[in-house]
Design a protein around this ligand. Sequence first.
Ligand SMILES: *Cc1c(COP(=O)(O)O)cnc(C)c1O
Length: 410
Amino acid sequence: MYNQLVEKAENILYETTFRELDKIEFSNQKKVLKAFTDNNVGEHHLKGTTGYGHNDIGREALEKVYASIFNTESALVRPHFASGTHALAVGLFGCLSPGDEMVAIVGKPYDTMEEVIGLRGNNQGSLKDWGVNYRQLDLTPEKEVDIENFYKVINSKTRVAFIQRSRGYDWRPSVTMEKLEVICKKLRELKDDLIIITDNCYGEFTEVKEPTDVGADLVIGSLIKNPGGGITPCGGYIAGKEELVERASCRLYAPGIGKEGGATLDFLRLGFQGLFISPHTVMQAVKGAILAAKVFEKIGFEVSPQYSDNRTDIIQSIKFKNPKILEAFCKAIQEASPVDSYVSPIPDIVPGYEDNVIMAAGNFIEGSTIELSADGPLREPFIAYLQGGLTYNHCKLAIIYSLEKMAKFL
Ligand SMILES: *Cc1c(COP(=O)(O)O)cnc(C)c1O
């Protein structure tokens, strides 16, 4: 029964949205391939260094490839970034000095950024602790970027404007590259030496353009999300203006070392390979998210974005309005995972969240959310955030399975 429901939804998508997505994938695959060939990536680049990591030609090639893809002067692509949050912290500390101000221009940033900025009690080495002031411009009541009021939060001390591309775990639209272009233009009009930093997590390769194509100075992301293609085992990247990337690299390592240091061990082949496959993996995940939007909307749940909306990240939110259904859904996603299918997720305390959170993920790479995963805080209106999927068919199977498991509550 659910097979049929899903297939019917899928047929419609194949004739509409999926065609457009294939074009985006093609364009991004072309861009990535060109970056590899333009930079003469060779077998000798796939082997890493040890010790200090001096003269690491593979690392230099990988960073040139990233810089080509993001249309930037420079890039820092390292396994030494512990996570996306770490890469974002390094980028921000690199650009900001004591006395400067940073402004989050599209509302509250991702949860983990609160501690980096110093918005929670413990300010051990946060930006605030280091003397950086923080301002935030909230979204309008309609959840739109409040462009008309940019001028109110920008002053002579403002050095960084921070923009999160993805919705994160929030019920709001993501920032498309079309919208970002307008935002960057407006910001430059108000202050032309502002450093515009985009948190690009979950956004890479969902559109044909990236933030640095439309006016951002720096893009930052995680390699266990989109650009790692489900293959790269760890790390993060920062791409942008040479001077800013250099400053960030001195933060990651030490002043005087910068980009010249950092052994890559066995990281490089997987860094290149994951990046190469990423435009495909990302679109598999986006197709899975759109199928979920179509199916869950069909059976009566509110979803965001809609299946027909243009996407700029891989996240699908589904409002279940019922804790039992949310739990059943997350449990089903776990049971339909290639790894740890026998594990049962239970709602529990997660540092940084007020409510218990249920998290489902059966991954090859720990915490990787380009692999299929779902989570949701146990609070009204019981929203599940679904993202990732290495193959579209895995997403489809997991959706069918979740419907079967949820049936008794529907
Ligand atoms: C994932 C993510 C981050 C960073 O999270 P990590 O778990 O540290 O990699 C930051 N911003 C957004 C929007 C994200 O999706």
